[in-house]
Design a protein around this ligand. Structure first.
Ligand code: NAP
Ligand code: HSE
Length: 428
């Protein structure tokens, strides 16, 4: 047997403990498949005494993750602490600078520092891999960098946050409140340390920015992603969408669009019968359109101990076998500076208004939409209590700029009691 690949793990929470379990469970299988043993040498976390449900007795302990990364007996660092800067970034940089491979699940860090880290890895002849950072257990980075490497990619789209999909589908299935379901997602280990990063769409936007770079050969441009979370989605919105044959999903889309690349992460309506409409619970799904292959669809668990550990082990196995490819599928210095598209593609929209229940209100709203050439397809007023009139309108396909202008004027009406909700209806 060849010499072992010696690994260190920084972070022993949901993901780190999962990696330890997987290596301990499948040690022989991994060694057979890689042609060499995968050995955990040392670990690090904040609290040494914490019970993590795994036996760490055989591994050296380091309080300082940077010291862990610099150990002479370590070939590869797994960074699963989290945090976009601080010790996570410091230990990854220390490992890469010393020519050691890095496998990380840290999308927040890579969305901000991915370009610099990929360049550092390449100059040091080391691998930087991040399968676990995007869509949990789904090997989508591998699909883009290897299986689809011969294709020009025109669009990458999908559900990339397990917590949000869990919340949206569980609320619908059980009628539980948003807050209750979020707590369950946290208890199951799906949510980020700060769950507002999940429900605010930021976590999924981090992931989308990494997929965009990988699919389009551009530098990671998280700051160019248009982001909106699911915080304003109500059970009533979910029911309204259902009645019309749609599901609400936090959907990420990256596509070439005229003058640049459009990157959006926002709640959208998708047809119930579509694969994305059928996606339940913590699952993620990524749909890729390639010029020679056409459309391919990838589905699997998007968060949690087992799926994330699985993705990390996939990266480790590649490195153990000697497959060292650039982080984003092509040399980092050759990645293009992306132009953000200045105009999002046209779409139909679901609009929800909260209005004063008074004569003439509906007529004023409709005339403002009409003045901006926003055409109404369907309309439904439900459950008004005598004072407020919740109104749902579905538009025909319209430019976002025209809709925004109309909504700004509607919002300024005295009869408008809350900021309207506007959800794009995505055609798949
Ligand atoms: P977690 O359960 O909160 O675990 C974080 C671990 O890092 C803990 O063991 C913690 O130590 C350690 N840690 C935090 N700050 C540290 C520091 N300054 N120095 C040393 N150790 C420190 O988080 P997680 O859910 O495993 O997530 C880890 C990473 O994976 C994050 O980047 C996350 O975005 C990513 N990720 C998570 C999932 C998921 O399903 N959970 C999926 C994909 C990607 P203590 O235990 O001693 O406090
Ligand atoms: N908080 C993330 C999610 C973890 O819910 O999808 C996986 O990246």
């Amino acid at each position: 047997m060849n010499k072992p690949l010696r690994i260190a793990i920084a972070g022993l929470g949901t993901v780190g403990a999962g990696v330890v379990k997987m290596v301990q469970t499948h040690g022989e299988l991994l060694a057979r498949r890689a042609g060499r043993p995968i050995e955990i040498v040392a670990v690090s976390a904040r609290s040494r005494g914490k019970d993590r449900g795994v036996d760490l007795g055989a591994y050296a302990w380091e309080d300082d993750p940077v010291a862990l990364a610099r150990r002479g007996d370590v070939d590869l660092l797994i960074e699963v602490m989290g945090g976009e800067d601080g010790p996570a970034k410091a230990c990854c940089e220390a490992a890469l600078s010393a020519g050691k491979h890095v496998v990380t699940a840290n999308k927040a860090m890579l969305a901000l520092h991915g370009q610099a880290m990929a360049e550092l890895a390449e100059s040091a002849g080391a691998a930087l891999r991040f399968e676990a950072a995007v869509a949990g257990g789904i090997p989508i980075v591998k699909a883009l960098t290897e299986g689809l490497a011969g294709n020009g990619i025109s669009r990458v789209m999908g559900v990339m946050n397990g917590t949000c999909n869990y919340i949206l589908t569980k609320m619908e299935a059980t009628g539980e409140s948003y807050g209750e379901v979020l707590k369950e997602a946290q208890a199951l280990g799906y949510a980020e340390a700060d769950p507002t990063v999940d429900v605010g769409g930021i976590d999924a936007a981090h992931k989308l920015s990494l997929l965009t770079a990988t699919a389009f050969g551009t530098r990671v441009a998280f700051d160019k992603v248009e982001i909106e979370g699911i915080e304003r989605i109500t059970l009533q919105d979910i029911k309204n969408a259902n009645d019309m044959g749609f599901k609400i999903k936090l959907l990420g889309v990256a596509q070439q669009n005229g003058d640049g690349i459009e990157q959006r992460m926002q709640p959208c309506l998708v047809p119930t019968a579509s694969p994305l409409g059928q996606l339940e619970g913590v699952s993620n799904m990524v749909v890729v359109d390639g010029d020679f292959i056409g459309q391919t669809v990838y589905q699997g668990p998007g968060a949690g101990e087992g799926p994330t550990a699985s993705a990390i082990l996939g990266d480790i196995m590649d490195i153990a076998r000697g497959l060292i490819i650039p982080a984003f599928g092509q040399p980092a210095t050759g990645l293009a500076r992306p132009d953000a598209s200045s105009n999002g593609s046209d779409a139909a929209y679901y609009l929800r208004f909260s209005l004063t229940d008074a004569p003439g209100t509906l007529a004023r709203l409709a005339s403002l939409l009409g003045a901006h050439k926003v055409s109404i397809n369907r309309m439904h007023q439900y459950g008004h209590d005598g004072k407020t009139a919740p109104l749902v309108i579905v538009t025909h396909s319209t430019p976002r700029a025209a809709l925004n202008a109309a909504l700004a004027e509607i919002c300024a009406l005295e009869a408008s009691l809350a900021e309207p909700v506007a959800l794009r209806i995505e055609t798949l």
